[in-house]
Design a binder for this molecule. Structure first.
Ligand code: ADP
Ligand code: ZN
Ligand code: MG
Length: 280
């Protein structure tokens, strides 16, 4: 059987604001752990978020550079989950009312021009950073509350090479318009790749697997290529693909299962009552 690969990318890009999304803490990379924190980004009871105007301007510039339509009115929502690097127990994001939607990005692969759809660009805050050692796990909350844009791409990409090229062009655009430093290694430009395959000629999308936080262009291409081959082998052997989140092991050149994929309903999204609607 001949299969066609379908890939859609979600990119999280840190905005180059001097201060965080909802407090005045600095965002300088590499400061001593837990020195750039305050009651708001530590999630202390009673602390209230105040939206950073510069973050809004940079997010709007991002959406315009990707030919998105701006929505005059949007809303922040709470995305609820428990994790040690998320002190509030929820992340402030946008859900059913993002500030922009329906854009596209032109890329050229192997001499052919392709227009890749952008589903939406929305604003959200970053979580802190957990590091796991043999004897302990430690949390640095300097990154907690840093302003991000999430750029959700349509499932328009058809190969690992196309996905890598889309990411390169997207990074160049964000760096050029001055909203992101383009640094994959430091995690200021991060990508989740959703990968599925379907029989060639089939219109319906196959079951997708989400590859989490791959931190270099070379790894993205290798991880997607490996995942396409893995899914092809599963289907060829008469098996079926399960919807799940997988990680990439660079040393072994393989993907491995992290967890079953969570659905939107698992996050109990609701409008954040601490923030008024964003009106552009
Ligand atoms: P979630 O947060 O659950 O991952 P999103 O809607 O934010 O959901 O992102 C979904 C991403 O997955 C988009 O980039 C989309 O293009 C991609 N996608 C959706 N369905 C498929 C599929 N069948 N195959 C490949 N990619 C897909
Ligand atoms: Zn703070
Ligand atoms: Mg996803």
């Amino acid at each position: 059987m001949q299969y066609e690969a379908v890939i859609g990318l979600e990119v999280h890009a840190q905005l180059l604001t001097r201060t965080k999304a909802f407090c005045a803490c600095p965002t300088t990379f590499g400061a001593a752990p837990n020195t750039q924190v305050c009651p708001v980004c530590l999630g202390l009871p009673g602390a209230l978020p105040v939206l950073n105007g510069e973050a809004v301007r940079m997010a709007v510039r991002t959406a315009l550079a990707l030919s998105c339509t701006l929505k005059k009115r949007s809303r922040f929502a709470r995305k609820n989950y428990f994790y040690p690097d998320l002190p509030k127990g929820y992340q402030i994001s946008q859900f059913d009312e993002p500030f922009s939607e329906r854009g596209h990005l032109e890329v050229e692969v192997g001499g052919a021009a392709r227009s890749i759809g952008i589903t939406r660009v929305h604003m959200e805050e970053d979580a802190g950073k957990s590091t796991h050692h043999s004897h302990a796990s430690v949390v640095d909350l300097n990154r907690s509350g840093v302003a991000l844009v999430e750029i959700v791409g349509e499932p328009d990409l058809r190969s690992a090479a196309e996905a890598a090229e889309y990411l390169r062009v997207l990074r160049d655009v964000l760096v050029f318009i001055g909203v992101n430093d383009g640094n994959l290694e430091e995690g200021s430009f991060r990508c989740d790749a959703n990968v599925s395959i379907r029989p060639a000629g089939e219109a319906k999308l196959g079951t997708r697997v989400e590859l989490k936080n791959i931190n270099s262009f070379r790894f993205v291409e290798r991880a997607i290529a490996h995942e396409i081959a893995r899914q092809t082998a599963v289907l060829d052997a008469g098996g079926r693909i399960v919807m799940e989140t997988r990680g990439w092991n660079e040393d072994e050149g393989t993907t491995f299962s992290l967890r079953s994929k969570e659905e939107a309903q698992d996050y109990r999204y609701f409008p954040d009552p601490d923030l008024p609607p964003l009106v552009l």
